[in-house]
Design a protein around this ligand. Structure first.
Ligand code: PFF
Length: 658
């Protein structure tokens, strides 16, 4: 059984050690940062339910497949397939893709982990209390200066915008995403156009016409390609200045004509009409609410008005302060890079120290600590007023709140959160030589990962709800909404903040270690390098590659050419490439290899302790179900399929393809 190559291969000390390390890989920013915010964006309960189904139908079988391949091959991903097939094989491409994905993911993962480190330190110096004190003062000053009618209108606005939010979202969801996008894309343009048309009719001096043409042309060009706005303005100004007065008039007419043509495109016109109808409904509801709240606040005594206004103003000020605290970190490339460097240093130190004495030992300490911290935070949340609504939000499935494409997001996330598709589990599996307990291990890892993702929601949403935060705050949920809540909590918020950001950092660290291990083990297994030199050189290379991600939000370091080409910044491009393409593709091929390509003899040896029913169940999932589901996700990504449209019963090839 133990046919080790010439040198003794590193091994885990115990099965529990392996499970904790693998769970450490799975539990990371994906669970605590990403899962809660995508759950929030996708309306909660039903999304969670679908995510659980994806984990069982796709995640678990591929997890078994990865560990199985690693255990059987005793090699990391690049060498594993050749070792199993006994000859050179194109399945090896999976391994290369895995190494590439590990390199890319770690480069931006380290940046986010760096933010978590920065916030942990900020929490130690109690930044949320400082925010609380200063905003308390400012809010009191504001209320003292404002007139009663100003206070009233502020409270009315706040109540209306709060109440109309869900209604507005539901209204928007009643349209197809593509219709809404089309409407949004033309909305601004049409509004300007209509205004400009009216203006044109009333214009006589040719100078005004010239100015109008310049502005119109500028807006149009800006809409087409958002490049350097200042340069564009100068260019357009010069272009128009060269024209004669008659030409200006003729061009102006032409421009406005072409705008009119745009309006008469039936598809655009329909989208605009649908979008405007939705906006009208929202406006109507808004004015009803306005009346309702106006009547309500008219009856509220002044002292109470002041009290409520102070709370709202304070929250608004805290929101601005926490937002700028986060932006100060994220948009300052040097700070981000500083923390990225430290984070990469710690990660590399652990990987360089070896499998049992580095990775296993770290995870054996950090994973239980993480569990204790998260349970502690959830218990705190249970005593908060928002716990009940948070619980319902996470566990009560409401079909009206989920778009079909949310299902695909759930499936895509299953790969990321379980560290599947790039050979991380395969590599960890290769340091094990047991031939039993495969399913139990995969179940334990998956269970821990899912448990922590759900606990993360039950930790974040009660706090967010209790302090008036929206669940759909997006990626800023963790770095902006949570500090806001901590600041509102006042004293005691500091401890929660340390616990929360410390937890985020630990979770990120045990995942980063596995990402670096995939890349490092390539040099060790395939090139015969020593662990130390392999880890440090790969760690250094990835840190260098992280620079553009760390600086992606820094205005002084704009890779504007990059943004124009890819329509997103460097950081987002890397995330998109790895999470949306490399992992699902890797997962697909791993499933296909384990199901169809792997020699049956090796496969059977790995699952000899398994009941035949379970084995066939697994084989069915990995051969058929998982590949089909992943292919659907990929087709949606290349836009050959639009699941929202398909399920809305409006399947129309022409509309989808053009
Ligand atoms: N599973 C990690 C998370 O949820 O944050 C991310 C990750 C780690 C993805 C390791 C892939 C990987 F190989």
């Amino acid at each position: 059984m133990t046919e080790h190559p010439i040198t003794q291969r590193s091994k885990w000390n115990s099965r529990l050690g392996f499970i904790l390390a693998a769970a450490g890989s799975a539990v990371g920013l994906g669970n605590i940062w990403k899962f809660p915010y995508i759950t929030g964006e996708n309306g909660g309960g039903l999304f969670v339910l679908i995510y659980l189904v994806c984990i069982v139908l796709v995640g678990l079988p591929i997890m078994v497949a990865e560990i199985m391949i690693g255990r059987a091959a005793q090699k990391q991903p690049v060498g594993a397939f050749e070792a199993l097939q006994g000859h050179k094989t194109s399945w090896t491409a999976i391994g290369w893709m895995g190494v590439l994905a590990g390199f890319i993911i770690l480069s931006f993962y380290a940046v986010v982990a760096g933010w978590a480190m920065d916030f942990t330190l900020k929490s130690v110096v109690d930044f949320t209390s400082t925010i609380e004190e200063s905003t308390d003062r400012e809010a009191a000053q504001f209320v003292a200066k404002a007139t009663p009618s100003e206070l009233r209108s502020m409270l009315i606005d706040d109540a209306v915008s709060h109440d109309v939010r869900d209604f507005a979202k539901a209204q928007q969801r009643s349209l197809l995403q593509s219709t809404w996008d089309e409407y949004q894309a033309h909305k601004e343009f049409l509004a300007t156009y209509r205004k400009e048309w009216d203006k044109f009719l009333s214009l006589t001096p040719v100078e005004d016409q010239r100015a109008l043409l310049t502005q119109g042309r500028f807006e149009q060009q800006k809409l087409l390609n958002e490049i350097d706005v200042d340069a564009l303005r100068t260019e357009v100004q010069k272009e128009i200045a060269d024209l004669s007065d008659e030409e200006v008039l003729a061009r102006l007419k032409l421009e406005l004509d072409s705008s009119q043509r745009l309006l008469s495109d039936p598809k655009i016109a329909a989208a605009v009409a649908a979008g405007e109808a939705v906006e009208a409904k929202i406006a109507e509801r808004k004015s009803e609410l306005q009346e309702k709240w106006k009547a309500h606040f008219a009856a509220v005594p002044l002292s109470e008005l002041e009290e409520q206004a102070r709370t709202i103003k304070r929250r608004e000020l805290i929101f601005n302060a926490t937002q700028s605290a986060f932006l100060a970190t994220a948009t300052d490339g040097w700070t981000a890079m500083f923390w990225t460097l430290i984070f990469m240093g710690i990660t590399t130190l652990i990987v360089g120290s070896g499998i049992a004495s580095g990775i296993e030992r770290t995870c054996q300490i950090l994973m239980p600590l993480l569990l204790v911290l998260i349970v502690g935070m959830v218990v705190y949340g249970m005593f908060q007023p928002g716990f009940k609504s948070a619980f319902n939000f996470v566990f009560y499935p409401d079909p009206s709140k989920l778009k079909p494409s949310g299902v695909l997001e759930a499936l895509g996330h299953a790969f990321f959160t379980l560290s599947l598709g790039m050979g991380a589990m395969l590599t960890y599996g290769s340091y094990q030589d047991s031939k039993s307990g495969l399913i139990g291990e995969a179940l334990a890892i998956t269970f821990l990962d899912t448990l922590i993702a759900l606990l993360a929601c039950l930790m974040i949403f009660p706090i967010a709800f209790s302090y008036g935060q929206e669940p759909s705050a997006g990626p800023g949920l963790v770095f902006m909404s949570m500090p806001l809540a901590f600041a509102e909590i006042g004293r005691g918020g500091m401890l929660l903040a340390i616990g929360f950001f410390g937890l985020l950092f630990f979770a990120a660290l045990t995942s980063a270690v596995s990402l670096l291990e995939v890349v490092t083990s390539y040099l060790i297994d395939q090139k015969g390098w020593h662990r130390h030199s392999a880890a440090w050189s790969m760690g250094a290379a990835i840190t260098l590659f992280a620079i553009p991600s760390a600086f992606a939000l820094d205005e002084n370091f704009v890779m504007s050419g990059w943004e124009t080409g890819f329509k997103m910044n460097f950081f987002d491009t890397m995330d998109y490439l790895a999470s949306n393409w490399l992992l699902p593709l890797g997962g697909l091929f791993i499933a296909l290899y384990a199901g169809w390509g792997m020699p049956r003899r090796l496969q059977v040896a790995e699952v000899q302790d398994l009941a035949p029913g379970l084995f066939w169940g697994w084989l069915f999932l990995v051969r058929i179900v998982a590949p089909i589901l992943v292919i659907i996700v990929l087709l949606q990504k290349v836009r050959i399929l639009d699941i929202d449209m398909l399920l809305a019963g409006r399947f129309n090839c022409h509309e989808i393809l053009f």
